[in-house]
Design a protein. Structure first.
Length: 258
């Protein structure tokens, strides 16, 4: 997987590219994505993968003009166009799933295959989504992973979380990334998507970890009800970071789209 840059009307966009097969665009969640991501490697076994970074993530430039859900949606379509892609398989995880669903709703004739992995975007007062912006670093593993201990090792890369240098780097990076993500996720990750789901024409696969504590699996049924042609794949022993805990199983679910 290689890290590259493509120019869009608003900002140069960094993206990860690799693999061979049908074109696939992967939109990452609030945690970002790197060329070493095991899920990208799993997808790249059977697809030509493009994974653009949201502006402000990694070493990419920030884009103050991208302010709301419509801006995010149109910007990501700009990225797809700049990459020269026509009707790629569109895949999104969490925040990226929210963006992917909006893209498929706003331009329904340009997306024929869609995979949403524990997407944000809906809200149920009976099952409120945890406020990601109030969670302390040590609380993240239990919230995001089925296996909290393994999750902690992944999130910290086995580094000492009490090391001031690690904490400084973590907090600065986290603040920069979540500052951008907050434009569509804060104070709650809902921007009216429920009223637009009916517009999605794409054949859709929904993937959810059975142990997801951030966006409970009850939301899977709300998405399934709102989208016309939709298959739900539940992954056991996996939390919100199902793409890490069960990367191959999720890649296989996405593979059902072709």
């Amino acid at each position: 997987m290689e890290l590259k840059t493509v120019q869009t009307p608003h900002v140069p966009v960094r993206y990860v590219e690799g693999g061979s097969g049908p074109d696939l665009v992967f939109l990452h969640g609030a945690g970002g994505v790197t060329p070493e991501d095991p899920f990208l490697e799993a997808l790249a076994k059977s697809h030509h993968v493009y994974a653009p970074l949201v502006p402000g993530y990694g070493d990419s430039a920030e884009a103050p003009e991208i302010r709301d859900m419509l801006d995010f949606t149109l910007h990501t379509w700009d990225v797809v166009e700049a990459l020269g892609l026509k009707d790629p398989i569109l895949v999104g995880h969490s925040m990226g799933g929210m963006i992917a669903a909006e893209m498929a709703a706003i331009q329904p004739n340009d997306v024929s295959r869609l995979a949403l992995i524990a997407p944000a975007g809906l809200w149920d007062d009976a099952h409120p989504i945890v406020d990601l912006f109030t969670i302390l670093p040590y609380e993240m593993p239990a919230l995001l992973f089925h296996d909290a201990e393994a999750g902690a090792a992944i999130l910290t890369a086995n580094r000492n979380v009490e090391d001031p240098n690690f904490l400084q780097t973590y907090l600065v990076t986290n603040a920069r990334q979540l500052g951008m993500a907050g434009r569509i996720l804060f104070p709650i990750p809902e921007r009216g998507l429920a009223s637009r789901l009916y517009r999605i024409k794409a054949r859709t696969v929904l993937v959810w970890g059975d142990s997801d504590k951030l966006i409970p699996p009850t939301y899977a049924h709300a998405f399934k009800k709102g989208i016309g042609s939709c298959e739900l794949v539940s992954i056991p022993e996996a939390g919100h970071m199902v793409i890490v805990e069960k990367a191959q199983a999720v890649a296989e679910a996405v593979g059902r789209l072709g």
